[in-house]
Design a protein around this ligand. Structure first.
Ligand code: PLP
Length: 398
């Protein structure tokens, strides 16, 4: 039996593969420290779980409206309005099955075959694959560590063609942790208006900003930008709710209607009980979000210090999310004790997991060879143990 040709286009997620390999080794009794996970190690706050239990008893066991329960849509509209200082109506928002699904629906709602989507690189693994699934063509535009991984608007401008339909921004970024400053966003927003493009902003990490870095939502720049902006957000990362599968989209009404049509013929609504939990998350006490953010901040500083302590490793301090993205290109060309040449970050990551017993994700997965991504959504003890292993394993490369 033959499978669909569509699969030839799509790469499986390398981050999920690394996490799965680490889990497999752990199941075989091998002590692996995993920095692969893209999810908080904290449990969902108790008050959210309690709200979900109460909702189940009150009958949150049925289909809901495709775009979400009226209570949650209203609360999400108010949440966006309050956080960004813009007016948002419930008809301009919808609830999806995770932020990944919000992106999937949004791209299917606006892309035609052959439309180009500009992806500032390094970028999250799923963007390019979802663009291709929606018939589009991913167009990476690279940035460098010297630019703090903020892609220059002039480089985006050079990549714009008559086929360009969208620019997709992710700030704070997975994998780099960097936050786009307002000036950079304004320059990108100008291009969006000038060339009449869509701007999709994936804001899933916006609650996780550290130090002086500030998240800025481009839709606040004025009506011309606002009417072209599709905001993707959710509860997965800030509220430690990855398994509940709830994402939010805020966009012009016609986009929300189109996305609802697509969702109505695929997943229907997000799980009723998860919607009740998300309602409790965004309307209830926010102190645990801050407690988790402070814990991530401490781990961030520890991880960056320990990484920069390793000869040959250079790491910028990330401003947000929970990833460090060090440059490990200085190890290219060296040899492992068993004689394997480290030809790139993929071989290096294989060596680190097999010999060093630490799992990190190759930068190549994010269109950034020569780098690796480490998640600090793990305990300080694990960070210390794993980075001691990394230092030791890297010191054996000759
Ligand atoms: N966007 C980015 C940048 C992510 O890193 C992730 C998860 O890793 C998602 C979206 C997906 O979020 P969700 O779990 O809500 O689908």
């Amino acid at each position: 039996m033959k499978l669909s040709k569509r699969l030839d286009l799509i790469e499986p997620s390398m981050t999920l593969a690394v996490t799965a390999k680490a889990a497999e080794l752990k199941a075989a009794g091998i002590d692996v420290v995993s920095f692969g996970a893209g999810e908080p190690d904290f449990d969902t706050p108790v008050h959210i779980k309690e709200a979900a239990k109460r909702a189940l008893d009150a009958g949150a066991t049925k289909y809901t409206n495709v775009a979400g329960t009226p209570e949650l849509r209203k609360a999400v509209a108010q949440w966006f309005a309050k956080d960004h200082g813009i007016e948002v109506t419930p008809k301009q928002v919808m609830v999806n099955v995770g932020a990944k699904h919000s992106i999937f629906n949004a791209l299917h709602a606006v892309l035609d075959e052959g439309d180009e989507v500009i992806l500032p690189a390094p970028y999250w693994v799923s963007y390019s694959e979802i663009v291709k699934m929606a018939g589009g063509v991913p167009v990476p535009v690279v940035s460098t560590a010297a630019d703090r991984f903020v892609v220059k608007a002039e480089n985006i401008a050079k990549a714009i063609t008559p086929k360009t339909k969208m620019i997709l921004i992710n700030s704070p970024s997975n994998p780099t942790g960097q936050i786009y400053p307002e000036s950079a966003l304004r320059a990108i927003a100008d291009l969006v208006v000038k060339h009449d493009l869509w701007l999709l902003t994936d804001d899933i990490y916006r609650y996780l900003c550290y130090g002086d870095a500030k998240f800025v939502q481009p839709a606040t720049f004025g009506p011309e930008v606002r009417k072209r902006t599709i905001i993707v957000d959710g509860v997965s990362k800030a509220y430690a709710m990855t398994g509940w599968r709830i994402g939010f989209t805020c966009a012009p009404e016609d986009v929300i209607e189109a996305m609802s049509t697509i969702q109505g013929q695929s997943t229907t609504n997000a799980a009723a009980v998860s919607q009740a939990a998300a309602l409790a998350a965004i309307t209830g006490p926010q102190d645990e979000v801050e407690t988790m953010r402070l814990a991530f901040d401490k781990r961030r500083l520890l991880m960056v210090r320990l990484l920069n302590d390793i000869p040959g490793v250079k790491c910028l301090a990330p401003d947000g999310a929970f990833y460090a993205f060090p440059d490990v290109s200085s190890f290219n060309g060296r040899k492992t004790p068993s004689g394997v040449v480290i030809k790139d970050d993929l071989v290096l990551c294989d060596y680190l997991i097999n010999e060093g017993k630490i799992a990190v994700v190759p930068g190549s997965a994010f269109y950034a060879p020569g780098f690796v991504r480490l998640s600090y959504a793990t305990s300080e003890a694990n960070i210390e143990k794993g980075l001691a292993r990394m230092k030791d394993a890297l010191s054996k490369l000759i």
